[in-house]
Design a binder for this molecule. Sequence first.
Ligand code: MEV
Length: 353
Amino acid sequence: MKKVRASVPAKVILFGEHFVVYGTRALATAIDRRLTVDVTARAKSGYHVTIENIPTFGLELDLEARKGADQTIQPYKDYGSAAQALSYVTGAIEYLEERYGIGDEGVHVAITSGIPLSAGLGSSAATCVATVAALTEYFGVRNDLERIRSDAHAVELRVQGAASPIDTAIATHGGYVLVEQGAVQHVQLPELRLLVGCMGSISLSMDTAKAGDLSLKTKALIAGVRARKEQFPAFFEAVCNAAEELTTEAIQALEADDAVKLGTLLNSNHGLLDAIGVVPRRLSSLVKSAQSLGALGAKVTGAGGSDELGGIGSVLVLPGRHEEQIRAAMELEGALVMPVRTGGEGLKVETSG
Ligand code: MEV
């Protein structure tokens, strides 16, 4: 029986998120948390899709139950975000049917993922790239990496309305990318060991069903930054120039294998993100904990967050010698912590049968 497996990496932005929207260069990298799509034949016609093992997480406390015998805080799975992940699969299927006429035989599409959803780690782009790659390979559509990337980007755009080119580029090609004015350039830089911490909070203002919607949250955060830019244009220009300077220095620090300098630059980038108002209390606290325990550097990564919007956000930490203590402290604060390596492999496709 024919079987196609496509797997892709998650991403983190190391430097320049938000400022990249205004033309500043951003540096992002693949990390070794992957999402896999398996496509196999099905006796019936049509598509059958499963999605599992996603590390979506949260805690739930029922105050009424607390008065009684059952006082435990329950862990829960974020099924809302998982359901949303399916919209990228259906989006990809519709797009490929229209563009290449795939799908005259039935298939199972099984997704397994080690990438937390809606956390700024590129899970949507990963789903689009791996689904497009696996289905085009299965149905014998002529594809190559560049076509897979651009088809997946088109799917993400269609589902979300807006999508960063960074995420699909990293999911497809892996490694490091430098992004400037929408153009994505691949760069060779050495591997780093980082901790990525994801943390959720309940939205104060939005419907909680929508709080997991990364595209909605990201759009609201970008709009908030734009409003502050318009209110204080000279200040904003100075911060953008500072962000550009940090990206330039960071590339040099990475090339020179200077982890101490790189850490300082990560801390400074975090400060700039705070200055433009995208650092919520819980992510700020995670960064401060890591810094106070001797991390070489720590920052919010991706769109960040706001206490009002809630949802899940992520931080990255260059831990230096204190990785175990820092990890334990972040977990005590309620974060899902993943030790990762940067710059890893992009899309891998295997066919059997
Ligand atoms: C979101 O992950 C990163 C932002 O810089 C938006 C973008 O690059 O499109 C906030």
